[in-house]
Design a protein around this ligand. Structure first.
Ligand code: GRF
Length: 185
């Protein structure tokens, strides 16, 4: 049985889909939802699934305290599901090729600094892209540059607002993220 930890900073709709997917799995279990925001809605979602939660601050992430906690819990895979802080090198070293992130665009497009949340979808709209999508990738020290494991695309039409683009991307995320994680274990 593999042990998963989810790191998330916000609403956690992806985290919820992952908890739902693995709740009766014999392959893996979500053992922890950790957030750098004490009021993140993801913590409530974890409660619904009786998954333990942890709130940490940036200093605890950067000092290696979070890494130590994940190791103590014998976590096998770290899943980033809308986690907004940069992952420090000690965490990537402690979990080589075992940290997975989801990015709401087709990397290498719309990745890198400042490209998160609605910023990504606004940039896609401003560039009049005809498609966007999701990228699920491993995390190395250069955030959005780890090995790409999976991508899926969705068309963007001229009428689509950035909000509508976000919705389409979320649909793809919810559909594919849990099963792509399962395929890695
Ligand atoms: C997702 O779009 C994900 O790609 C990005 O942050 C968003 C998180 O959404 N990294 P949610 O909190 O899972 O609803």
């Amino acid at each position: 049985m593999k042990k998963l930890a989810i790191l998330a900073s916000g609403s956690g709709s992806n985290a919820e889909k992952i908890m739902e997917y693995f709740q009766n799995s014999t392959k893996a279990q979500v053992k922890l939802v950790a957030s750098n925001k004490a009021d993140a809605y993801v913590l409530e979602r974890a409660g619904k699934f009786h998954v333990p939660t942890l709130v940490f601050n940036k200093a605890q992430l950067e000092s290696g305290e979070l890494t130590a906690e994940l190791k103590k819990m014998e976590i096998d895979w770290v899943i980033l599901a809308g986690f907004l802080l940069k992952i420090p090198a000690d965490l990537t070293r402690a979990f080589p090729d075992q940290i997975v992130n989801i990015h709401p665009a087709l990397l290498p497009k719309y990745g890198g600094k400042g490209m998160y949340g609605m910023n990504v979808h606004r940039a896609v709209k401003a560039a009049a892209e005809q498609e966007t999508g999701i990228t699920i990738h491993l995390v190395n020290e250069n955030y959005d540059e780890g090995k790409i494991i999976f991508q899926a695309a969705t068309p963007v039409s001229e009428e689509d607002s950035p909000e509508r683009i976000a919705e389409k991307v979320h649909e793809l995320e919810h559909r594919f993220f849990p099963e792509v994680i399962a395929s890695l274990l």
